[in-house]
Write a protein that binds this ligand. Structure first.
Ligand SMILES: C[S@@+](CC[C@H](N)C(=O)[O-])C[C@H]1O[C@@H](n2cnc3c(N)ncnc32)[C@H](O)[C@@H]1O
Length: 203
């Protein structure tokens, strides 16, 4: 990787209001206690049978840690230091990087590291800095291996449209494969209130 976890935090802001990582986790714990499955995204990702996953905008590692528990090699990247710190404290054996997705360049030997799946769970497209969305999709796409998928789930009606997102995906050289309305895979009907997009990198 071009940057290490000890590098100074990147200057690019995001629209994510920094919260204490444990408070963020507590919210999910409460939802789980109320019967909400906190691992819908993981089950969705598993449909693609990846052996390697980049959790892009991993937060406190909610998705990455569960993927690892299910035997998948994961790397988590997030811009927010407190979120990454919490992820690292929960799962020190996993790979975590504090970095802006808009400039991400995970190195592997002389090339770029690539994954069977790059997943952006939890409205990442709505939280990255305004104007960097296309770069975020581009950088994430560059970390998808040929034949692999980029999966992103975000609320609609909050600034990013289906068409805009799919245009960024197209510019990044991926092919939109499916739209779902939920992480359970419910069929998407336009205009929709939530999109889970899957896009494939051609082999
Ligand atoms: C709602 S949280 C989702 C966290 C995790 N994916 C989950 O589903 O639990 C949104 C995350 O996006 C991260 N984020 C926002 N802009 C980012 C950027 N440019 N690069 C990396 N992470 C970013 C925030 O720091 C925050 O942790």
């Amino acid at each position: 990787m071009t940057d290490s976890p000890s590098d100074p935090p990147p200057a690019t802001p995001s629209r994510w209001q920094s919260v204490d990582g444990s408070a963020y986790d507590h919210k999910w714990e409460q939802m789980a206690a109320a019967g909400h499955d906190p691992h819908g995204e993981v089950a969705f990702v598993q449909r693609f049978n990846p052996t390697t996953v980049l959790d892009a905008g991993c937060g406190t590692g909610r998705v990455a840690i569960e993927l690892a528990a299910r035997g998948i090699d994961v790397v988590g990247v997030d811009l927010d230091g407190s979120m990454i710190e919490r992820a690292r404290a929960k799962a020190p054996a996993l790979e975590w990087y504090q970095h802006d997705l808009a400039t991400l360049d995970l190195a592997s030997g002389s090339g770029r590291r690539q994954f069977d799946c790059v997943v952006m769970a939890g409205n990442i497209m709505l939280f990255v800095a305004a104007g960097t969305e296309a770069a975020v999709v581009q950088r994430c796409a560059e970390h998808v291996a040929p034949g692999g998928v980029l999966i992103s789930g975000f609320s609609l009606g909050r600034g990013v449209t289906v068409e805009q997102y799919e245009q960024w995906v197209d510019f990044a050289g991926l092919v939109v494969e499916a739209r779902a309305a939920t992480w359970d895979g419910d069929p998407f009907e336009s205009p929709g209130s939530y999109l889970v997009s899957s896009a494939r990198k051609p082999v």
